[in-house]
Ligand binder design. Structure first.
Ligand code: UDP
Length: 279
């Protein structure tokens, strides 16, 4: 970032990017809710070449205890990039970058979770990056909010997140690694779509005010598209259509009919002997 020079042509003559995308085009995004059995809630996100898993536990007793807040729950996020997630093996364990990302994601999530409902507790969010190609904090935050909803944690809304930036003097959406490394600016954004609040905003590199506003608008529009995919993932897991349960309804109707017939037969058998046939 910050204009490191490269021979790679980040925007070609047709105005297209390295992977053939237009400047305002997102990478393909897939979200699945509830992928882990042991966690209270989970989500898996594939976003371009990024593969990110989020798991949620809680609200549960807060550890370490000195972090407990008597008035509300705290959201503790742990963002981790697997050693095998990047081409140059990443040294395992926390580093300054992962601590920074964990902190900004925790703070963003605390804005949407109704923390006052669960004093003294902790809501623990684990984000594991299995494969990285820039934009993993946005993918992590997007996955974490779906995982929180999957865990049934009360929230005012999901958070949708996406970055915009600048390469070859062009404002672009959703940077891939080469664009992140050799571009001029990167602006990750996280919003609460229902209210439009901004809960995550960072900027690496240089932009004029006008360029910044263009990038912000581009990323905000993308967040609303991402929000739809997040809701679809939750619908996919929790909504059943009439067609899905048509077989069950038919079976239930047959059972009711059968027990009705059995009841009628039992009632006939229960008629006392002196009433039978004589009256
Ligand atoms: N990256 C890497 N090794 C590292 C950290 C990052 O190869 O130790 C790559 C990885 O693809 C990551 C990208 O650089 O997604 C951009 O990292 P950045 O810190 O900008 O965060 P991100 O864009 O993933 O939120």
């Amino acid at each position: 970032m910050g204009g490191i020079t490269t021979d790679i042509k980040l925007i070609d003559e047709k105005g297209l990017r390295l992977d053939g995308r237009r400047p305002d085009e997102l990478r393909p995004l897939k979200i699945e809710a509830g992928v882990l059995r042991r966690a209270d809630g989970s989500a898996y996100v594939e976003w371009g070449e990024n593969k990110v898993l989020a798991a949620v536990y809680g609200p549960r007793e807060c550890h370490p205890r000195h972090r407990q807040n008597p008035a509300r729950a705290i959201v503790q996020c742990n963002y981790n990039m697997a050693s095998f997630s990047v081409s140059d093996r990443k040294r395992p364990g926390p580093d300054r970058r992962s601590q920074e990302i964990s902190k900004i994601i925790s703070e963003a999530l605390e804005h949407v979770v109704f923390t006052h409902l669960f004093p003294r507790t902790s809501i623990d969010v684990y984000i594991e990056v299995l494969q990285a190609n820039a934009g993993t904090r946005c993918a992590g935050l997007t996955a974490a909010s779906v995982a929180l909803a999957d865990a049934g944690v009360p929230m005012k809304d999901l958070i949708a997140s996406c970055a915009a930036g600048k390469v070859a003097d062009t404002i672009i959406l959703d940077l891939r690694k080469e664009e992140d490394n050799f571009g001029q600016a990167d602006v990750p954004l996280g919003i609460v779509p229902r209210t439009g609040e901004i809960v995550l905003l960072q900027m690496d590199g240089d932009l004029t005010v006008e360029e910044f506003n263009t990038a912000l608008t581009m990323a905000t529009d993308a967040c609303y598209r991402i929000y739809e995919t997040q809701k679809d993932a939750l619908r996919q897991k929790y909504c059943v259509s009439k067609d899905d349960i048509a077989g069950d309804i038919e079976e239930a109707a047959e059972n009711i009919e059968e027990s009705k017939k059995e009841n009628e037969l039992e009632q006939q058998d229960d008629v006392p002997d002196d009433q039978e046939g004589g009256q």
